[in-house]
Design a protein around this ligand. Sequence first.
Ligand code: GLA
Length: 741
Amino acid sequence: MPVTSLNRRAACLSLLGGMAALAVPFRSDAEARFDERTKVFRLDGDGVTYAFGIDSVGQIQALHWGGSLAVDDPLPAAPKPSDFSGFDRANSVTPLEYVAFGGGLVTEPSLKVAFPDGGRDLVLRYAGHEMTAEGIRVRLKDISAEVHVELTYGMDKATGMLSRSARVYNRTRRPLRIDQMAAATLNLPFADDYELHYLTGRWAGEWTVQKRPLEAGSTVLESRLGMTGSQNNPWFAVGRKDVSEEENGPVWFGALAWSGSWRMVVEKDILGHSRITAGYNPFDFAYLLKPGESLETPVFYAGYSPDGMGGASRRMHRFQRTVILPGAPAPKLRPVLYNSWEATEFAVTEQGQVALAEKAATLGVERFVMDDGWFGKRNNDRAGLGDWTVNREKFPQGLTPLIRRVRELGMEFGLWVEPEMVNPNSDLYRAHPDWVINFKGRPRSEGRNQMVLNLARKEVCDYIIKSLDLLLSENDIAFLKWDHNRSWSEPGWPERPVAEQQRLYVDYTRHLYAILAEIRRRHPRVEIESCAGGGGRVDLGIMRFSDQVWPTDNTDPFDRLKMQDGFSQAYMPGVMMAWVTASPNWVNKRSTSLEYRFLSAMQGCLGIGDNLNHWTPDEFATAKRLIAEYKAVRATVQRGDLYRLISPQDNSPRSATLSVSDTRRQAVLFAFLHSSSKFEPAPLLQLRGLEPQTRYAVRAFAGTVADDTPKVASGAYWMNHGVKLPLRGDFQAAACVFDAV
Ligand code: GLA
């Protein structure tokens, strides 16, 4: 039965009213146990054990997070907490799983509240637990007030990835203000040689890997932007200095699944205990809980690998593929796409797009995406956002003729949208100037000439769902590139009672998720890319609703190598879009060969973003050949295990990656050279992850292998002896595939 717009609207309202749970309905199939005698809980999965226990005063103490222990290993009960001095009371120097501001706490609280009488003391004690289908639920309660907290623990058996989240309940008779709330505090085993790895960036320069020793004090990773941000990504990894390397040594890592303002505090206390607390960013935060209400946090996922940074990434990648992404455990492979942005910018027309589509189809492109400029009065970035109707000057018959042609050419059709935004010069803003995030009577700062719609408001969500639903119902659209080109300013919600206005920080993002879920529910075939002026919104929260992400607007193939390396620390290559665009590239005016540009983009999900009207027949031939090669190896590149053989970081002139398929029947090697000097010979690259006994044939599909390379050899040969790709010159690249014979 067709769904009428009326009951669709009702469905939308009830959906947002209920606000879908934040915690992923997590299939925690790991072993969860509780020892009555010692009061110790433990979770086990894929070589990882996580254990915690109730101590004699009812606090929950961390006991073990690392490699797995034997089932019958005696985990001693949590020790009796004791003060270190009059300045440092027990709660500040004990490795606690979740600690509220109260009882003299001076370290980072997991939770901080304010009572209506001005009281801000909260001391949580164990109040019960349940072993659930999701794992373990531990209940805590304040020593006197009816403030309850539930901690939820789960573990994915296949990857050992721990999931932790918290929910606070106000069961008092008066409102309770939440000033700060984390999903979890994770305590690292005691050691004094930790090194913290994290990711920083900015527009066109995302995914920079940073390292610093974890010394006494705190390191704060955060976003105050109302969105994930590229300044810091909500991911961390901790290794042991000079012990943990790319493929060896212990690494603890984690990521917060949240696409709004977030914070991770990495602390080393006065006794040398290290811990990481992650959740809502307390900066400008306040969430009023009325009696009977509760607030849930996003999920903080965490893992452990004994196999260095590479092992940590591979676990994260596998976890994303099998648990997080739409279609998990087997998300669809990413099609090769064409995107019009760099070719035409806002100057899209039916004729121009058809011409590009016809050329793209000859290359073997599978999805044609029209970027910005097709709607409203959108001729530049100063107008049109918010008006999601087709621009009739550019598309007199609507989108149908273009889409029909794209479909005839054997491709899917995709479209760019930026639904959370509005230009002041738009019909939407003229009709609803109150729909943007703003403070009454104050300036409304613009970013890229646009403002942010207040998604915390239901009527705004209704409008977005209605506009997109119409677009997707009337047109044969397979894909949306969902953009978000500015961060928040003046974060006000004047329509709400003063005490509730800062709920914006939670409600906006939850509603964004609800909108995405609703669009996907109504149009299950439509895939979505998360983009935020490049890589500003890549996190495990948005990835639940996004089939792929746009990591950066920087399409320079050499810059990309470093960014892709940074990206891959936390996120899988199988969601990372990468386009082949014009040379010289607009970012650095750097010239590179078409083959080099292809090989750089083939490390992720391949797209073409150049103006095909400028290509020569030779370029068409090269592109066609390499797209066919990509299709033959993409399952391995997108889903396989990634080994970063040579890192492009620290100005290394060389870099190389290897992807090995799940079955270990195929491996794909990419090697790059920035510039050669002094006749330096190419190194032998020792492969990883192959079956030693299996025989693999090597075939270079770009560049060559050294003359003395055998055509077929055992996995042991390729891993222990290696293969040489003799690159010489500037911006050189080669790639080969190893297929089991
Ligand atoms: C952002 C995106 C680009 C492009 C433009 C269009 O910058 O990251 O890829 O879509 O918007 O305005």
